[in-house]
Design a protein around this ligand. Sequence first.
Ligand code: DX5
Ligand code: ZN
Length: 230
Amino acid sequence: MPVRRSLRLAPSLLSADFADLAGAIRAAEAGGADAFHLDVMDGHFVPNLSFGPALVAAVRARTRRPLDLHLMIDEPLRYLEPFHRAGADTLVFHVEARSPPEEVVRQGHALGAAVGAAIKPGTPFSAVAPLADRLDQILVMSVEPGFSGQSFLPQVLPKVGEARARLESLGQETDVSIDGGITPETAGPAAAAGASFFVCGNSVFGHGPVPENLRRLRAAVEDGAHRAVR
Ligand code: DX5
Ligand code: ZN
């Protein structure tokens, strides 16, 4: 039987024109964006800097779609509260960061946020597996975190399958998110492997009309999910 889970597209604002985020949000909503993904980078966990809670609050004021915060920072525990207050719906931290994962999940939920855990391409699924029953999202990175516009790493797809299989064995509909290098070509295989939440930066905002780019991505994920045999 083909899967019937909900498939959601989350444009990553890191690839948008920072001087016209309101325009980028409008265009993405016109194309059917289900959520917005915001990449927070501290210059330590990754070799890049992006933005903090003030920008998240500015985005919050422009959209009612869920805001999915990807915390690429060394100490997520220190920043859960300010990002939640700024309007984040989901707080996604990296298990490779310095904060104790169990505590990040506990405190994130205590704030009333949804909580996700992310793994880098070289990190095995086993690093996040013990948390699976308490998570609202498992994010599998398909590029090295830090920059948009990189090429998809297909070797992470088995981890998407492992995550989906574990969640199914737990009876959970938790999102498995895939982030990095998602295009109409790579989105299908990710959906077929079990991903349900697709972060897309360059393929949405890099070139061409944003609504049309999103429609093409939507068709690719639906086609991929239809091919999944699970
Ligand atoms: C990379 C970020 C991604 C990035 C995705 O560190 O986590 O969310 O914005 O951009 P693309 O889709 O261009 O790879
Ligand atoms: Zn991201």
